[in-house]
Design a protein around this ligand. Structure first.
Ligand code: UD1
Length: 370
């Protein structure tokens, strides 16, 4: 098949490109080599068997060239800094939402023969995860009130009876409640693709990635996920900086399982027209991530826990994955093996620690508080 992967030079996109080329597909990549991620250089892992077009999805001329002859589209390109999206609002909406709209506009108005579209969505669109109250039953609470966080009462409380809640796996039916501009643009991605796909009978799938980690994650980008950020801190002999008390938790999913999910829905017609969680179904605390990475890098540096919090951060969210399992998905990488792999790779790549700079940016804008 002739396949276009937007964002195919990035962390997730590049692993997907490798897998598609290995399976004999003709793969084209459209990627703008975002400065914040690539620092003006082409990454050394680009697959020689793929064709690369360098530029922006919003460049209609280039996009038209990129889409020529394409049968399957994977849209992975996006700006991914959640905190940064709260002050570069226009940049994030323009890069993310408008790129998706231009892509779809071109596909339907030029009547391009696309047979399948798969779009990268995100767990961020849920906001808080699902919970259960021992007395009141299942609840989908909104973010914790500011005055609760100021009292350093970190755990979620039942909105009805105020008892502490028990985190539950979050299923696709949970009402969406994005808490950042980034998350809103990801919801836009998902809804634009699924709606247009349905109207024009183009089989389309949205994959809600949970917290993805693995080799090729940019360790010098302080706006990315926590495993990369902690790696940069530890490698530079600085303590990981932990928000809240470190007992907040996430579902960390290895990039190879994200690739597995993409390949699965590409071929499986039962997936069409739907959104799926892609996670492991397990949750891990941020403190445990910091300690494990410290141990694996051979630097047991104690994390710093100043008990501050980020605006819009959720407390717990992990995936219910039975919907994707039902069509054959099976997470294969255990967290401790995956983190070991990340560290083995991370030991040999440069990691500039810009975390303090990014933290100060949030702090001056009042987006971290305590
Ligand atoms: C967010 C997005 C997710 C995206 C990810 C990486 C939400 C709900 N989800 O996830 O879609 O894939 O960013 O861009 O918006 N933390 C620290 N110290 C740090 C950095 C983070 O303690 O230096 C904590 C955060 O407060 C949070 C947890 O680690 O509690 C995870 O943070 P992060 O990796 O940024 O991901 P999410 O906020 O879960």
């Amino acid at each position: 098949m002739k396949i276009l992967v937007t964002g195919g030079a990035g962390f997730i996109g590049s692993h997907l490109v490798d897998a598609l080329v290995r399976r004999g597909h003709k793969v084209r990549v459209l990627d703008n080599l975002e400065e914040q991620v690539h620092h003006g250089e082409k990454p050394d892992y680009l697959h020689p068997g793929a064709e690369y077009l360098w530029g922006d999805v919003r460049d209609r001329r280039l996009l038209s060239k990129a889409l020529r002859g394409i049968e399957i589209l994977f849209h992975e390109a996006a700006c991914v800094g959640v905190g940064q999206s709260m002050y570069q609002i226009d940049k994030y909406v323009d890069n993310n939402t408008r790129s998706a709209s231009i892509l779809l506009d071109m596909i339907v108005n030029k009547k391009l023969p696309i047979q399948k579209m798969v779009v990268a969505s995100s767990m961020s669109i849920y906001g808080e995860g699902a919970y259960r109250c021992a007395d009141c039953g299942p609840v989908f609470p909104s973010v914790r009130p500011e005055e609760q966080l100021r009292r350093r009462q970190w755990e979620m409380l039942c909105p009805r009876c105020r008892k502490p809640l028990e985190p539950q796996p979050t299923a696709e039916e949970k009402p969406l409640a994005p808490t950042s501009v980034y998350a809103i643009t990801k919801r836009d991605h998902e809804e634009l693709f699924l709606t247009v796909g349905r109207a024009y009978r183009i089989p389309t799938v949205a994959l809600r990635y949970f917290n993805v980690y693995g080799p090729r994650q940019n360790l010098s980008n302080p706006y990315t996920g926590v495993c990369a950020i902690f790696s940069a801190r530890i490698k530079n002999n600085n303590p990981p900086l932990i928000f809240e008390d470190g007992l907040q938790s996430r579902d960390f999913v290895h990039v190879s399982d994200i690739v597995q999910a993409n390949l699965l829905v590409m071929k499986n017609h039962r997936a069409d027209g739907q959104a799926f969680n892609v996670g492991t179904g397990h949750s891990t605390s941020i403190l445990e991530i910091a300690r494990t990475l410290g141990r694996l890098y051979g630097n047991d540096i104690d994390p710093e826990i100043p008990k501050r919090f980020r605006a819009g951060d959720i407390r717990h969210c992990y995936a219910e994955i039975s919907k994707l399992r039902a069509i054959g998905f099976q997470p294969t990488v255990k967290l401790k093996d995956g983190l070991r792999q990340l560290v083995q790779w991370g030991q040999h790549v440069a990691a500039k620690d810009e975390v303090q700079k990014a933290a100060s940016e949030l702090e001056t804008r009042g987006l971290t508080r305590g």
